[in-house]
Design a protein around this ligand. Structure first.
Ligand code: IPE
Ligand code: IPE
Ligand code: MG
Length: 246
C-alpha cells in the first residue's frame, strides 16, 4: 500500500497470530513515584506505541489491547475523564504514524456511553486505517466480555423475532457472528501485566483456548524485549485443544 513502510523485516506469522493484552499496573507505577494515577496512564500510552511497532518483527498480525473496561467507570471522576481525554489525544496524535506503519485500527466495546467527540475520532480512525493490513490493532474501550455477550444475544434474539434466524441454527458458529470481534481470529495468547492472575471480564468467549501469561511487570515498564521473550516462550507451549498427545 502507498505510504506503508516496506515490510521486508516482518517475520511470517508463526503460531502466535493474535496476542491480547490486559495492560494493568499504571496506577501502581505512578503511586510508586508519588505521582497521580494519570501520570501512569500517560506512561502506559507510550508503551502501546512501542508494542504496536514491535508486532511485525515478532510475527504478531493481530494485537488486541484492553484500554477501559465496563467496570472502570467505578473510578473517580478525575481518573475517568482524564482517561477519556487521553484516548482522544492519543488518537489525534497517533493517526498519522498508525497509517504510515500499516496498522488497521478497530474498537470493540459499547460506544453508547462514550463521549460523542471520542466516538467520532474512533470512527474516523477506523475509516482512515481500513485499507491497512500489516498489523490489526483492536482497542477494547468500554469493553466487558459479559456486556458483549449480552449485546450479541440481544441482536441474535432480534433476528429470531424477525424470522431471519431459526433457534435451531444457533450454535458455536452463529453466536460469535454477533460479537464485537466477529471479524477477528480468537486470541492465541493473553498477557496480563502487574501480577494479578485474573482476566477481569476480557474476551470471555474468544479466549476459551488461549494460552495465558501473567507477569509481574507493571504496564509502563513493559518493553518490546519483554514482549519478544514472551512470544518466544509461546512457541514452546503444547496446545492440545482438548485432544490427546499422539
Ligand atoms: C490499567 O492500570 C489501566 C486501566 C485500567 C485503565 P490500572 O489503572 O488498573 O493500574 P493499577 O492496577 O491500579 O495499578
Ligand atoms: C482490567 O484492569 C481493565 C484494563 C486493563 C483496562 P483493572 O485494573 O480494571 O482490573 P481489576 O479491577 O484489577 O480486576
Ligand atoms: Mg488495575
Amino acid at each position: 500500500m502507498k505510504g506503508t513502510i516496506l515490510a521486508k523485516e516482518d517475520k511470517p506469522a508463526r503460531s502466535v497470530n493474535h496476542v491480547a493484552i490486559i495492560m494493568d499496573g499504571n496506577g501502581r507505577w505512578a503511586q510508586a513515584r508519588k505521582k497521580p494515577r494519570l501520570f501512569g496512564h500517560h506512561a502506559g500510552a507510550k508503551r502501546v506505541r512501542q508494542i504496536v511497532r514491535a508486532c511485525p518483527e515478532n510475527g504478531v498480525k493481530y494485537l488486541t489491547i484492553f484500554a477501559f473496561s465496563t467496570e472502570n467507570w467505578k473510578r473517580t471522576q478525575t481518573e475517568v475523564s482524564g482517561l477519556m481525554l487521553l484516548f482522544r489525544r492519543y488518537i489525534s496524535k497517533e493517526t498519522k504514524a498508525l497509517i504510515k506503519h500499516g496498522v488497521r485500527v478497530r474498537f470493540i466495546g459499547d460506544r453508547v456511553r462514550l463521549d460523542a467527540k471520542l466516538v467520532s475520532l474512533m470512527d474516523e480512525l477506523e475509516q482512515l486505517t481500513s485499507g491497512n493490513d500489516r498489523v490489526h490493532m483492536t482497542v477494547a474501550l468500554n469493553y466487558g466480555g459479559r456486556d458483549e455477550v449480552a449485546r450479541a444475544t440481544k441482536r441474535l434474539a432480534q433476528e429470531v423475532a424477525d424470522g431471519k434466524l431459526s433457534p435451531d441454527d444457533v450454535d458455536e458458529e452463529t453466536l460469535p457472528r454477533f460479537l464485537d470481534t466477529y471479524v477477528l481470529p480468537d486470541p492465541d495468547l493473553v498477557i496480563r501485566t502487574s501480577g494479578e492472575a485474573r482476566i477481569s471480564n476480557f474476551l470471555l468467549w474468544q479466549s476459551a483456548y488461549a494460552e495465558y501469561e501473567f507477569i509481574d511487570t507493571l504496564w509502563p515498564d513493559f518493553t518490546p524485549e519483554i514482549f519478544a521473550n514472551i512470544i518466544d516462550g509461546f512457541g514452546k507451549r503444547d496446545r492440545r485443544f482438548g485432544g490427546a498427545k499422539p
